[in-house]
Design a protein around this ligand. Sequence first.
Ligand code: 1AE
Length: 409
Amino acid sequence: MAVARPGYVVAKYVLEDQAAQLSKRAEGIAVGLTVGSWTDLPAAKQESMKPYRGVVEGIEVIDELPEGRVRAEITIGYPTVNLTPSIPAVLTTVFGKLSMDGVIRLVDLRLPAEFIAAFPGPKFGVAGVRERVRVQGRPLVMSIFKSCIGQSLDELAAHFAEQAEGGVDLIKDDEIFFSEQHATPEQRVARFRDIASRVEQQTGKPVLYAVNLTGRTFELRDRAKRLADLGAGALLLNVVAYGYDVLQELASDPDIHIPIIAHPAVAGALYGSATHGISSHILLGQFLRLAGADIAIYPSPYGSVTLAAKEGAALVESLRQPNGLKPVLPAPSAGIHPGLVPRLVRDFGLDIIVNAGGAIHGHPQGATAGGKAFVDAVHAVATGHSLKVAAEGSEALRLALDKWGYSAS
Ligand code: 1AE
């Protein structure tokens, strides 16, 4: 995560305005989002307000547009003394009402080390999650429950068993699973815990169930503790829909003793435009890490819901770069199939989670073979073997490659 000079959160924006207005616009942002008015203040008051005043750190024209307009990068420093270490405070200060001020996008954010240190960060991080699943030296494999809604607890349990028997490391609820009509999260955790234990006895390896943490916001903390105590392996949280501060509350609670997986649902509404909103590496990288996600799901550059390769790389960089907080495990997702594993490892390394739903459940031999195909693929890639060679010894992998194809690296 980019680190700023002490005492200032530094935000960079790309905006469009009249060339002649740029300096005034930048000053207006620096002052408007901190001390409010400035020129109207008497000199003595200006002096006493100085520690709270935003500062313009840079103005750079990047494009000339018609009619005297330009596209420019403007960089503003906001004193951390104005803030508390929480995402709502940072977001509202650096891009609160400013987000509604015409063509403007928040593209970079730097926080000083002492401010970063005041956030909880991930409780488990990469090493802690690896310890829990007892897997080193290869990507983890996470299976996504598909068809949860409208299923009885018995049907869900059968789906869970089918996925677990494929040897995957984690099984997560679909993020849209809110309904408690047939089974509450507590009932699911209790039931799946027993299946996970049986599978662990057979395979010698744990499989974690990541339950979707749902319900009214003020009930989530108690529910998270209850689910963790009942034996949930991890919590899945729709962080953008619930709010980053909910994640931070959960991550900083010592009684919630299981990892938290952040789902990116709704984030596209904030990062999707080229001219408005907030860059994805801030939303799904920096903020998730500060607030304490252990695993960050995000759209991979080559699946069905994509994020540009450069943005994906910046996102992963912000989950990992040394900043005093534990690193977060990236889970590049959406349309992932076993044939993409070599590319995932080439682009993001071994410390990732290969996360898939459609390519597990859509395997010609069913979800158990679907999981096995992924596990065989990650083993092959981690030990330097090609998928083609690995498929000679794995029918599950061969059938998956026949169906979805593969990339050599
Ligand atoms: C980026 C989110 C991906 C996701 O939530 C999801 O369910 C993916 O499923 P598949 O693997 O594309 O079927």
